[in-house]
Design a protein around this ligand. Structure first.
Ligand code: AMP
Length: 542
């Protein structure tokens, strides 16, 4: 027998419609790249998003076509989030920290029709425009007064505010299939080219429901939310959607993510919940400690993307009375997978036991199922000791990368995360290692294989192995081990200079170590885990 309930598709635009109708007065505050602070309300967001939807129609953007954004966290980016997805096109957020080769590849691969960009990125856009063929139109997310005098490329350059002014706000959000694509984010894990994760309206709305729950990100209409995590990185962990769903005040920090700027923003806007990677919080904590300051409003901070060090949890909680929510997720998971929030019986744990618990990445939110498996795929027990490959499945987990040129990642219906973990009897997962060969520095990926390949282009290099080593500020930094050809006089500095036009500047290893040999396994593969163990603290103790 069929249920007799209404069939309303789960759509991104409905989040905005809800915010406009029920929280129209709630504020959105943005630090603009122009240097000032902009304020408006959800009803203004909704109205301008409808205007932008008309702009997209006038540019001939058809349902399913991709619209790129290269932008910080700000209100215009929010407008695009809803205008693009809401009108049936696909919002493709581009990560400006990627190397220009990767960015150009991604834009071409996604066949972006238009790219919207913040003025900070004008020089980058000019270089990209000279390389790519797909977008013919670039839109500067600014007003006429701040438009560049000239655009060095023959592609069309348009002005965001001019376009908005040209169009009215009469627009009916179409009733889309909830399984149609809403946004696209590339992840540059492991080897080869970045891979696109294509979210659907349904997966996005379900993720929003689950991520807002009290034991997840714990968001409400009484919150002032500061997503420091960028809107170009997995949709700022879903916070733009969550804020609309719950009607929270939203504070968007723009490009200034240093401790001083963030602290000022947190205090002036009375932020209650912030979200970001550990590196960002390190900058904030150092600044506040130097000032002898305190947090007058912040109650919780969501820390993820990399392991949250216990010292950071202790400092936030004991010195500043800000609760830490340690969370784990991935681009492929929209991103929230687990959050470390206490169960009833854990609230009375002794202090040291609570901190040990908070070092774990947490338990699954409803909608995500997880398991750990041994080398032969056998499922391992949740006993807090057995360690294996972490697999997930659920409503907002990808099943196939965009474009279909990669083999489907799933194994027996489960997504292999590339993380290695153990799970305790309460269901708290703790990441212990990583099987994927990448380095996560300040929350962004560096491909060790790309660095090795670049090193091997040098005629004096016989073998190159790049590994992640712990770093006090960036969590991890690349460390390069090199063996050279006989007679070579190559120095570390020469090799680093050789990388100049080959990899992004911030990808350059912090150190090069010359070795005679590296440990090899039975099949001749470098035993990287041995090297990772040996050199784990190279930068910490250096
Ligand atoms: P991304 O797709 O860029 O969001 O990166 C996802 C990956 O970041 C995960 O597979 C983990 O390797 C790592 N990661 C995310 N959150 C955490 C965390 N809390 N602790 C440790 N690693 C994390």
């Amino acid at each position: 027998m069929q249920g007799l309930m209404m069939q309303q598709p789960l759509l991104v635009a409905s989040l905005l419609m809800h915010a406009e109708r029920h929280h129209g007065e709630q504020e959105i505050v943005s630090c603009r790249v122009e240097g000032d602070v902009h304020r408006y309300r959800y009803r203004d967001l909704a109205q301008r998003a409808r205007r932008m939807a008309n702009v997209l129609a006038s540019l001939g953007i058809a349902p399913g076509e991709r619209v790129g954004t290269l932008a910080w966290n700000g209100y215009r980016h929010m407008e695009l989030y809803f205008a693009v997805s809401g009108s049936g096109a696909v919002l493709h957020t581009l990560n400006p920290r990627l190397h220009i080769d990767q960015l150009s590849y991604i834009i071409e691969h996604a066949e972006d029709r238009v790219v919207f960009f913040d003025m900070t990125f004008l020089p980058l856009i000019e270089r990209i425009a000279a390389r790519v063929t797909s977008p013919k139109v670039f839109v500067a997310m600014t007003d006429r007064a701040n438009m560049p005098q000239a655009f060095s490329h023959s592609s069309t350059l348009m002005c965001y505010e001019d376009l908005i002014d040209l169009h009215g706000d009469a627009f009916e959000w179409p009733l889309l299939d909830e399984n149609s694509a809403s946004s696209l984010c590339y992840t540059s894990g492991t080897t080869g080219n970045p891979k696109g994760v294509l979210y659907s309206h349904r997966s996005t709305v379900l993720h929003t429901y689950a991520a807002a729950l009290p034991d997840s990100l714990n968001c409400s209409a009484r919150d002032v939310i500061l997503p420091v995590v960028p809107m170009f990185h997995v949709n700022a962990w879903g916070l733009p959607y969550i804020a609309c769903m719950v009607g929270a005040k939203l504070v968007l920090p723009g490009p200034a993510l240093d401790g001083k700027s963030l602290y000022r923003l947190i205090e002036t806007e009375q932020v209650t919940l912030s979200a970001g990677v550990p590196t960002v919080w390190q900058g904030l904590l150092s600044h506040v400690a130097e000032q002898g300051g305190s947090f007058s409003s912040m109650r919780r901070t969501l820390i993820g993307g990399a392991p949250c060090p216990t010292a950071m949890t202790v400092e936030f909680q004991e010195r500043y009375h800000v609760d830490v929510l340690h969370a784990w997720g991935m681009t492929e998971l929209s991103p929230v997978g687990t959050v470390c929030s206490f169960k009833m019986h854990q609230t009375t744990l002794a202090c040291h036991a609570r901190y040990a618990l908070q070092a774990k990445q947490g338990r699954s939110v409803f909608g995500i199922d997880m398991k750990i498996a041994g080398p032969d795929g056998e499922e391992l027990p949740w006993d807090g000791h057995a360690t294996g490959d972490l697999f997930v499945r659920g409503h907002w987990v990808t099943r196939q990368y965009f474009g279909g040129d990669d083999a489907p990642p799933l194994r027996d219906g489960w997504f292999p995360t590339g993380d290695v973990a153990k799970i305790d009897s309460d269901g708290f997962m703790q990441i212990t290692d990583r099987s994927k060969d990448v380095i996560k520095s300040g929350g962004e990926w560096i491909s060790s294989v790309d660095i090795e390949n670049a090193a091997c282009l040098h005629p004096h290099v016989a073998m190159a192995v790049c590994i992640a080593a712990r770093h006090p500020k960036w969590d991890e930094r690349p460390l390069l081990l090199i063996s050279t050809r006989p007679g070579s006089t190559l120095t570390g500095d020469e090799l680093l200079a050789f990388f100049d036009d080959k990899i992004a500047k911030w990808w350059k290893p912090d150190a090069v170590i010359f070795v005679d040999s590296v440990p090899l396994g039975a099949t001749g593969k470098v035993l990287k885990h041995q090297l990772r163990e040996r050199y784990a603290n190279y930068y910490v103790s250096a």
